[in-house]
Design a protein around this ligand. Structure first.
Ligand code: C5P
Length: 306
């Protein structure tokens, strides 16, 4: 009996915050050697995929106007990469609903690629393992394997080699979305410039975050949050300093620029504290919009198939 393949598949993938982002030297391939602890948090993008005569893309939701709809879009690139890897026809209509800020340092584009990979895998009945999808995903972006994986994980290499982190606890986050995005290559470039011209800086290390995760104590984790891209992001967007300070002054256990920014992530003691901080930051008018999220949450997965 032949297996009926679905006509349409919906998949979702989560945003991430980097609990620490320890940036090592610039490699010859243009990437930096990283040690980072990712946590997937409950802001999601969703994609629908359906067979079509030719690949196409429609985008709606948070910041949709800033998402490229040409061949550079990560969801479309994911369709082509998986089609090539599995021998399928890339004629797929992709509908993307954004819930993750665009160019916000929360791996929104990587989430789109990851969701599209799992959705197309199901649409075509390809049956690839998560590791095999992650191999394809790593060719699209450094954070795509983590977007597939989810949870909390240590990323090494350029971020694509993952080891699950043993930890406990659910964490309550407030995410403050700034006006406009920041370009990831520009923020890394600013780090290189600062390191070339300033005192010799040593990359931070993930030890404190890993220890805090083992205890599950949000106070300890809040103190351990760190990001080597924070100073470069602040140099490019000085207004973020006031936003980080406002979060700390109003009760956050820790405040950090998320990835290459400009989204700022605030860790709170519990959900009630997060509700309070979110309301306060909204009222202060120090950012464009405020979201609450919890983590860790799972990686990209199919949520409907018809
Ligand atoms: O892999 P991804 O597309 O997310 O990377 C975007 C850019 O960020 C890279 O072209 C590079 O400039 C920078 N990057 C880096 N080192 C990493 C990851 C990203 O320098 N480990």
């Amino acid at each position: 009996m032949t297996r009926r393949l679905p006509d349409r598949v919906t998949a979702r993938a989560a945003a991430k915050v980097n609990l620490c982002l320890c940036v090592g030297p610039l490699r010859e391939d243009g990437f930096h050697e990283l040690q980072t602890v990712f946590q997937a948090v409950s802001l999601h993008d969703e994609v629908d995929v359906a067979r079509a005569d030719a690949p196409s893309l429609q985008v709606s939701g948070e910041g949709a106007d800033d998402v490229p709809v040409d061949g550079s879009n990560l969801a479309l690139r994911a369709v082509h990469a998986l089609a090539a890897a599995t021998g399928n026809d890339p004629g797929v209509a992709v509908v993307l609903r954004k819930g993750i800020p665009v160019a916000g340092g929360m791996a929104g584009g990587s989430a789109d690629a990851a969701a599209t990979l799992v959705a197309c895998d199901a649409l075509w009945g390809a049956g690839l393992s998560k590791d095999a999808l992650a191999e394809v995903g790593a060719t699209l972006g450094s954070d795509v394997p983590f977007s597939l994986h989810g949870g909390t994980a240590l990323g090494t290499g350029r971020g694509e080699h993952l080891t699950p982190v043993l930890g406990q606890g659910d964490y309550a986050w407030v995410l403050a979305l700034a006006e406009g995005g920041l370009s990831t290559p520009e923020v890394y470039g600013e780090l290189d410039r600062q390191r070339a011209t300033g005192p010799v800086a040593v990359a931070s290390d993930p030890g404190a975050v890993l220890t805090a995760l083992r205890t599950g104590d949000p106070v300890q984790l809040g103190r351990a949050l760190s990001n080597d891209l924070q100073d470069p992001a602040l140099a490019l967007r000085p207004a973020l300093r006031a936003l980080l300070d406002a979060g700390t002054e109003h009760g956050a256990l820790g405040a950090v620029v998320s990835g290459s920014g400009p989204t700022c992530a605030f860790l709170c003691r519990d959900d009630a504290a997060a509700v309070g901080l979110a309301a306060t930051l909204s009222g202060l008018g120090v950012c464009r919009t405020v979201r609450r999220a919890s983590g860790p949450v799972p990686g990209a997965r199919v949520v409907a198939s018809t």
